[in-house]
Design a protein around this ligand. Structure first.
Ligand SMILES: Nc1nc2c(ncn2[C@@H]2O[C@H](COP(=O)(O)OP(=O)(O)OP(=O)(O)O)[C@@H](O)[C@H]2O)c(=O)[nH]1
Ligand SMILES: [Mg+2]
Length: 432
């Protein structure tokens, strides 16, 4: 496992940061303001205190420093004035910009990507999440070794293996080789873990139980909704997942088996949330985790309807799902946190959109009805005659389908049940 750190977090060093952002015209003023607010949230999630922000409109980025020499001067003054020890950039900095800025400002410099990577590194718990984060972190570091080394030597050489050897280009070459070796080892481990995940998935698919995936922007309330549904339809409370008012509370995928009112089982998965500007390397690294949505029979897109920026959040979710290839999976839009709206929208169900409060348990019945209705849309009532040498099918059907009747005859079991298209295909030879 990697002992290289972007910067110290274990020691709970609380950094004091100046936030810097430049709008190069790709965003409207409002969207830019929102992304700066989000940057504040991200810094806080990293135990960094945001002190003041410096923003600007820029016709094009400066190749050396992104923000240009005049703004660098201003940021340097702010750093001194506020006694900051960190500059956090909303924009993604190139390796040389990072190096130049960290020299010019004489404090540690972090960009949005580095910040998100750091949060992921703090939150990752399972082996798979850790491997994925470590890999993404090393990939991020590789072209930025010069700038990061400057950061670490400024911290007084306590930052791990990168800092306690000599310096200069020879050292950077050694670091590079070490990182490349680690990346190869991580890749190997990851492919093993991915195999296991694929195996679990194929077992789930062959069980015929439909998979419903919770997706959406970070902090929208996915895990809260998962817990509420476990409350109502799960077998016990120990299945509950972690909920917290912070960005990226969930980094792993959890799958739980629930039983709907009709007696039909379905699997519900909760996974990592999306955010605008989620670094590509991180999306790639978490591909196998995010992929759950791809194999879902139904996606529940959870939206924080009380957040005025929810249309932008939905756009990000759409884009991320499309990138993952899950754009065509049937979807229900869950407008969560309706308890925080001035007037709870009624009717609560509008087409495939439903207003709920996962926390207060409002609209859950409407939501589950909609889930069942959507899943059951293609169900057909069928009668199957199953010879006793295939009697395992009876158990499979009992765990996946709504069974209406079972009769044990002399040479076969006759089962009447609602089957979906997939099951219909699988058991077609037994259907009479
Ligand atoms: N008022 C209100 N708060 C809610 C509701 N649902 C969730 N929350 C709160 O929103 C915060 C985030 O909830 P989570 O369930 O952790 O959100 P998440 O989508 O799983 O977030 P990540 O795992 O970070 O992607 C918590 O403080 C919840 O208590 C709701 O219906 N109403
Ligand atoms: Mg969560």
């Amino acid at each position: 496992m990697s002992d290289i750190k972007l910067f110290e977090t274990e020691n709970k060093i609380v950094h004091r940061a100046v936030l810097v952002g430049a709008n190069t015209g790709s965003q409207s003023d409002d969207d830019f303001e929102v992304s700066m607010q989000e940057l504040r949230g991200l810094t806080k999630a990293c135990d960094i205190e945001p002190l003041i922000k410096a923003t600007q409109n820029l016709s094009c980025e400066d190749s050396a420093t992104y923000i240009g020499s005049g703004k660098v001067e201003e940021v340097r003054n702010l750093i001194q004035l506020y006694d900051a020890d960190l500059a956090v950039f909303n924009n993604t900095l190139s390796p040389s910009q990072l190096t130049n800025l960290s020299k010019a400002l004489n404090v540690e410099v972090l960009d949005r990507t580095g910040l998100i990577l750091n949060i992921f590194a703090m939150r990752a718990r399972t082996r798979e999440a850790r491997l994925q984060v470590d890999y993404a972190k090393l990939k991020y570091m590789l072209p930025r070794l010069v700038g990061l080394r400057a950061n670490l030597s400024r911290q007084g050489g306590t930052g791990g293996s990168l800092s306690n050897k000599g310096s200069g280009e020879k050292q950077i070459e050694l670091d590079r080789r070490k990182i490349e070796k680690e990346m190869t080892a991580l890749r190997k481990e990851l492919s093993e873990v991915e195999k296991t995940r694929a195996l679990h998935r194929s077992r789930r698919t062959s069980s015929g139980i439909p998979l419903v995936a919770l997706v959406g922007y970070t902090n929208a309330g996915k895990s809260t909704l998962m817990n509420k549904l476990i409350d109502l339809y799960g077998s016990d409370d120990s299945q509950k997942v972690f909920v917290q008012d912070m960005l990226f509370a969930t980094l792993d995928t959890t799958v739980r088996k629930l039983r709907a009112n009709t007696g039909r089982y379905f699997l519900l998965s909760d996974t990592v949330g999306f955010i605008n500007g989620l670094p590509t390397d991180l999306v790639n690294a978490f591909h196998s985790t995010l992929e759950e949505a791809l194999y879902a029979d139904l996606i529940l897109e959870v939206v924080d309807s009380s957040d005025q920026n929810h249309p932008m959040h939905s756009k990000t979710t759409d884009r991320t799902l499309a990138k993952l290839g899950a754009g065509a999976v049937p979807r229900i839009t869950v407008m969560n946190k309706a308890d925080k709206l001035d007037n709870i929208r009624a009717p609560r169900v509008i087409g495939s959109k439903v207003y709920i409060s996962a926390k207060e348990g409002i609209g859950i019945k409407e939501l589950t009805d909609l889930i069942e209705e959507t899943l059951n849309r293609n169900l057909k009532l069928c009668t199957l005659r199953i010879p006793y040498d295939h009697s395992g099918i009876e158990n499979q059907l009992r765990s996946s389908s709504q069974i209406v009747n079972v009769v044990y005859e002399g040479s076969y079991i006759e089962i009447t049940a609602y089957l979906d298209d997939k099951e219909h295909g699988r058991y077609s030879e037994f259907i009479i």
